[in-house]
Design a protein around this ligand. Structure first.
Ligand code: B16
Ligand code: MG
Length: 215
């Protein structure tokens, strides 16, 4: 029986995944590397430095750690500029209502994002108080597909991993949920997220009756 729901942030509750893409594409373009939405799928859910390494591999570029740090900082500055212009209305429609109704039905709700900017995004959107527990990229060593972030969320919620349901838009996130021994809902395309227990186009295609029927 599911007792807690754990939400990813970027790409599940808000379209910040698009801002990550724009910032990486801008960096790739400066480096002369072609980078489209298709390649971007591999970056979703993984850490900033791992994302950079994937892009550098695409361009067969080998750089020192110091140069890589500078590029990662540059991408992050652009990403922060984009999110600072974000409006609270960019929260996907129905998210507030869904989380409120899960809590009214006695479920615990956590947020688990690989991003070190998660706190800024949640503050800008004014949704921090919706969650019983928040874990982000500043609190973990290994990012998705490692299960660390989801296991930490379950521990803080005091709920067994097998009683947690994860919502994710990234292939790496679904792999992390599986590795944590949790059930998962993929938000996006079945081609990308086929390993999830259920795939939906939007998080708000889910409600408490879907929970009872499918899990
Ligand atoms: P930052 P999520 C992830 O957030 C993003 O999907 C991924 O694209 C990004 O590289 C990662 O956070 C790290 O983000 O550079 O802000 O620390 O999807 O787990 O909410
Ligand atoms: Mg995501």
């Amino acid at each position: 029986m599911i007792k807690a729901v754990i939400f990813d942030l970027d790409g599940v509750l808000v379209d910040t995944a698009h801002y990550h893409f724009l910032a990486w594409q801008r960096l790739a373009s400066e480096l002369g590397i072609e980078f489209t939405e298709k390649e971007n799928e591999q970056l979703k859910g993984v850490s900033r430095m791992r994302s950079l390494e994937i892009i550098l591999d695409m361009g067969n570029l080998q750089l020192s750690q110091e140069e890589r740090n500078k590029l990662a900082d540059k991408k992050n500055k652009w990403f922060v500029q984009y999110i600072n212009q974000m409006k609270a209305t960019e929260l996907f429609p129905g998210v507030h209502e869904l989380i409120t109704s899960l809590r009214q039905n006695g479920l615990k709700v956590a947020l688990a994002s690989s991003s070190k900017n998660a706190d800024t995004v949640l503050t800008l959107l004014g949704i921090k108080e919706l969650f019983d527990v928040i874990v982000d990229g500043t609190m973990i060593v290994h990012t998705k597909p490692d299960p660390e972030i989801f296991l930490l969320a379950a521990k803080k919620l005091n709920i067994l991993p097998s009683q947690c349901l994860v919502f994710e838009d990234a292939e790496a996130g679904i792999q992390a949920a599986l590795a944590a021994g949790m059930k998962s809902v993929g938000v996006g395309s079945p081609a990308q997220l086929g390993k999830a227990n259920l795939v939906l186009s939007r998080v708000t295609d889910f409600d408490t009756s879907t929970l009872k029927k499918k899990f």
